[in-house]
Design a protein around this ligand. Structure first.
Ligand SMILES: NC(=O)c1ccc[n+]([C@@H]2O[C@H](COP(=O)([O-])OP(=O)(O)OC[C@H]3O[C@@H](n4cnc5c(N)ncnc54)[C@H](OP(=O)(O)O)[C@@H]3O)[C@@H](O)[C@H]2O)c1
Length: 311
């Protein structure tokens, strides 16, 4: 008899990491335009723990399975699907929870996984590379010769932002803690500022582009390092339009989700050797709590990944 049940992390209320439970639940069925994916690896994004704590004003239906970033293998296709077939390796995003052995996803939010990229590496792309792509390339319209300041350059988004900016031909300054200075250099940054010892606003200026992912003081102090006509993109707060007018810069918070074309463009850059994926620590499905505890600390390098299954 075909398998009908799967293991999945679920929570039944908002709370601390201990609300995450490993449970058995029915394998979902792909609807029209969707595929069923056997998840091999799931990326652990900061939004996953923010949702779990009830910090993001989105309506969640309990029990809720966390996770949106995935890499896995197409197990079945829904009606009307011609873009993928059973057995293909894919990566991308699902709105239906990826800390699970199976999930369903729209064909528009998936792309074929390049063979040279492992499943763990591919699970770092959605919500990491896609966010950086949206911020720098799509919305930010970064150009060759621009001077770009990337805050949080060692993290799951920042590591791709540094590499995309270098690929575009920008001069890149990254910020990170002391332990991650060499790592950010290895990504290609021209300068790295240790935020623990050096106030960035004292040592950089005349920037065309700033990527903020801290908000608060970091966002407040970022205006002064931009030249007039520059661009400030924040991932965590809608920047003040009054401040943008005062400093003569364009300021925005990205809203659009990555398309299949974005995923394919990013995969091409990886295959061509312009960009590399970086995995942080790897956890098993039953270690989802530990993964959230670590993600919540807000420090570290590379994307945390949950290895759900063997290939
Ligand atoms: N709106 C969106 O679409 C969207 C999408 C993705 C992410 N985000 C948000 O963007 C933020 C970053 O996401 P992520 O996935 O990159 O997180 P992450 O993987 O947890 O990385 C966070 C990084 O921030 C660094 N950091 C901590 N304090 C810092 C400071 N004061 N100055 C500079 N760097 C600092 C840490 O480096 P050290 O270890 O060196 O301290 C760490 O590498 C999160 O708040 C997330 O929710 C938003």
């Amino acid at each position: 008899m075909a398998q009908t049940m799967m293991r999945a992390i679920r929570y039944h209320r908002f709370g601390d990491p201990d609300v995450l439970q490993l449970e058995r639940t029915p394998i979902p069925e792909p609807q029209t335009g969707e595929v069923l994916v056997r998840v091999i690896s799931a990326g652990v994004l900061p939004i996953d723990w923010k949702l779990r704590k009830g910090l993001i004003p989105l309506p969640l239906k309990f029990p809720y399975t966390p996770g949106s970033a995935l890499a896995g293998i197409v197990e079945a296709v829904g009606s009307g699907v011609s873009a993928f077939r059973k057995g293909q390796a894919v990566f991308g995003r699902s709105p239906n929870g990826t800390y699970a052995e199976y999930t369903t996803a729209s064909v528009d939010s998936l792309a074929l996984k390049p063979e040279l990229l492992g499943f763990d590496e591919a699970a770092t792309l959605s919500g990491g590379a896609t966010t950086a792509w949206q911020a720098l390339i799509h919305d930010g319209q970064l150009k060759a010769g621009d001077r770009a300041l990337i805050h949080g350059a060692a993290g799951g988004v920042g590591l791709y932002a540094v590499q995309f900016a270098k690929w575009k031909g920008a001069y890149v300054v990254g910020t990170s803690g002391t332990a991650n200075q060499n790592f950010v250099c290895s990504l290609g940054a021209d300068e790295v500022i240790d935020y623990a010892t050096t106030p960035f606003e004292k040592v950089v200026g005349n920037m065309d582009f700033v990527l903020d992912m801290m908000g608060g003081e970091t966002l407040d102090k970022s205006w002064s390092v931009l030249k007039r006509g520059g661009t400030l993109v924040s991932l965590v707060a809608q920047p003040s339009q009054d401040k943008a007018d005062e400093w003569g810069v364009r300021a925005l918070k990205p809203a659009r989700l990555a398309s299949r074309k974005d995923l394919e463009d990013i995969a091409d850059l990886i295959v061509e050797g312009h960009v590399k994926a970086e995995v942080g620590q790897i956890f098993s499905l039953s270690e989802a709590r530990q993964a959230h505890e670590l993600s919540q600390r807000g420090h570290g390098r590379g994307r945390l990944v949950i290895r759900v299954a063997d290939e």
